[in-house]
Design a protein around this ligand. Structure first.
Ligand SMILES: Cc1cc2nc3c(=O)[nH]c(=O)nc-3n(C[C@H](O)[C@H](O)[C@H](O)COP(=O)(O)OP(=O)(O)OC[C@H]3O[C@@H](n4cnc5c(N)ncnc54)[C@H](O)[C@@H]3O)c2cc1C
Length: 198
């Protein structure tokens, strides 16, 4: 069962979601993952001293490079420079479009950050972000397990969580597990043990 997933936004939230999905690949479940990013992550401004297990002082650029390596060691993904401007279709048959790019997918994750959201086709979902101390920050409205629309999930600061790397990772993990659960039709998580991948 190969599911096509489009992740819009390739910073910490988008990559965390991709990592969780990649880690769930098994004999029954496989993924085609496209991550599209237009190169303006808040993460670019960061040096991290307050997230457990991150090397002290690691920069956003290094986090993105190393996390992509970690994902690709589990499942090869496509990381594409570009901007998505429109989403059409419905669960199982979404089309995400931008200039000279188009991706068909079963599910979409919006990991687009809190600065702006200019993707057409999803209606009036933009709300003020109430947990950031800078003006004009936004979040996307969702129901249930971060579902903006059936099959489309929001992750990271775009979901309204406090702007910290760890909270963005937490919300992205939730979005990925919600998709896994939807695919399997039952609550699904990925738990490893020291021997599970040997
Ligand atoms: C100066 C500064 C210092 C910080 N210091 C810390 C710190 O010390 N510790 C800490 O925990 N956190 C820190 N943060 C916060 C941290 O950077 C954010 O919480 C985190 O980056 C949020 O991750 P995200 O993936 O949700 O969003 P972002 O990192 O903002 O990434 C969103 C991505 O989506 C892309 N995107 C948006 N729309 C589209 C589209 N239509 N098509 C394609 N791509 C799109 C953007 O270009 C961007 O790359 C800091 C932030 C700043 C600004």
């Amino acid at each position: 069962m190969k599911k096509r997933i489009t992740i819009i936004g390739g910073s910490i939230a988008g990559l965390t979601a991709a990592l969780i999905l990649a880690s769930a690949k098994n004999d029954e479940l496989d993924f085609d993952i496209n991550i599209i990013d237009d190169g303006k992550p808040d993460l670019n401004a960061v040096a991290i001293y307050n997230s457990p297990l991150f090397p002290s002082g690691i920069t956003g650029k290094e986090i993105i490079e190393k996390t992509l390596d970690q994902i690709n060691s589990l499942l090869k993904v496509n990381y594409i420079s570009g901007k998505i401007t429109k989403i059409d279709g419905s669960k199982g048959a979404f089309i995400a479009k931008g200039e000279n790019i188009e991706f068909e997918s079963d599910y979409i994750i919006l990991a687009t950050g809190a600065s702006s959201f200019d993707i057409q086709g999803l209606g009036d979902i933009i709300k003020p972000h109430n947990l950031m101390n800078k003006p004009n920050k936004i979040r996307l409205e969702y129901k249930g397990r971060q579902e903006v629309k059936e099959g489309i999930y929001v992750a990271g600061t775009a979901s309204g969580v406090t702007s910290m790397v760890t909270t963005a990772m937490g919300s992205a993990s939730e979005a990925a597990c919600a998709i896994l659960s939807d695919i399997k039709g039952t609550i699904t998580i990925v738990h490893d043990t020291p021997s599970s991948r040997k």
